[in-house]
Design a protein around this ligand. Structure first.
Ligand code: HPA
Length: 268
């Protein structure tokens, strides 16, 4: 059954209250713990027609709406990836509902592989720009001129400045860098990693870029942080696996939580 954005908004507000949401947070692989910190209502995606049937282990397919540091947030414990369904726009209904609930900011997190010797596993990277290495776009098929979304400063400069200042105040390294979206679900080859490094990418992952494009289309201000879980293929002797991603992500998640809590305390 498909429901309109307004119907979903009404359904969510009936459960979670009418206070407008200020910030949406999408949590990446192994980064779901932050949802537990929210004082609010948990709604399984299964109760929300149009929300993704997110089936990736290490994700938690619930929408949690409530207060974190006295700021009303909507936390998406799981995202849909292109590789699950072959659809780049699988997160569109969820983001449309976020907008309808009043949010004007979206902060995305993900697990990623690093291509930079100075951004190592366990560290965080502030995404300042991206390379869409997949060639896919979630707005293909959108029939209005709104599809021609400018992508300069897609990662909001003021949000980035605030996050950087907070991280340095907390003594947490949050190096800015460029994220490349690789479709997955197989990991990259070493040759692909060498290629995207030459193209200017600093980290690689299988998510985030389609959501950023959709969020900018919907008028949301966006920031995104990668939790580096491994050096990208061919750059270290360590083997790359989803298990390893899930093991390493919580190291970054602890730092992320500190930064995001402070952001919510000070940016509103
Ligand atoms: N490549 C793609 N996605 C990832 C990686 C990687 O090396 N690590 C965590 N997510």
């Amino acid at each position: 059954m498909s429901k309109s954005v307004d119907e979903l908004k009404d359904f969510i507000q009936a459960r979670a209250g009418f206070a407008p949401v200020r910030v949406g947070l999408i949590l990446g692989s192994g980064l779901g713990h932050l949802a537990d910190a929210v004082d609010g209502v948990t709604i399984p995606y299964g109760d929300l027609p149009g929300f993704p049937h997110a089936g990736v282990s290490g994700h938690n397919p619930n929408l949690v709406i409530g207060d974190l540091e006295d700021t009303r947030v909507a936390v998406f414990g799981a995202r849909a990836h292109y590789y699950e369904s072959g659809r780049g726009d699988a997160m569109r209904p969820a983001l449309e509902v976020l907008r309808a609930l009043g949010a004007d900011q979206l902060i995305l997190t993900n697990a990623a592989g690093s291509m930079r010797g100075d951004i190592t596993p366990g560290e965080l990277m502030l995404i300042e720009d991206h390379i869409n290495f997949s060639g896919l776009n979630p707005l293909i098929g959108e029939a209005t001129d709104a599809r021609f979304v400018p992508m300069k400063d897609a990662y909001d400069p003021a949000m980035r400045a605030a996050l950087s200042a907070i991280a340095s105040g907390l003594g947490i390294a949050l190096t800015p860098g460029v994220y490349a979206w690789y479709s997955g679900p197989s990991f990259e080859t070493p040759a692909e990693i060498r290629a995207i490094r030459i193209l200017g990418a600093d980290a690689v992952g299988m998510s985030t870029v389609p959501e950023v494009i959709l969020a900018r289309f919907l008028g949301l201000r966006v920031a995104a942080i990668s939790a580096i879980t491994n050096m990208a293929a061919g750059l270290s002797d360590e083997s790359i696996s989803h298990e390893h991603t899930k093991e390493m992500a919580p190291i970054g998640a602890k730092k992320l939580e500190k930064i995001l809590r402070r952001y919510l305390q000070t940016a509103f």
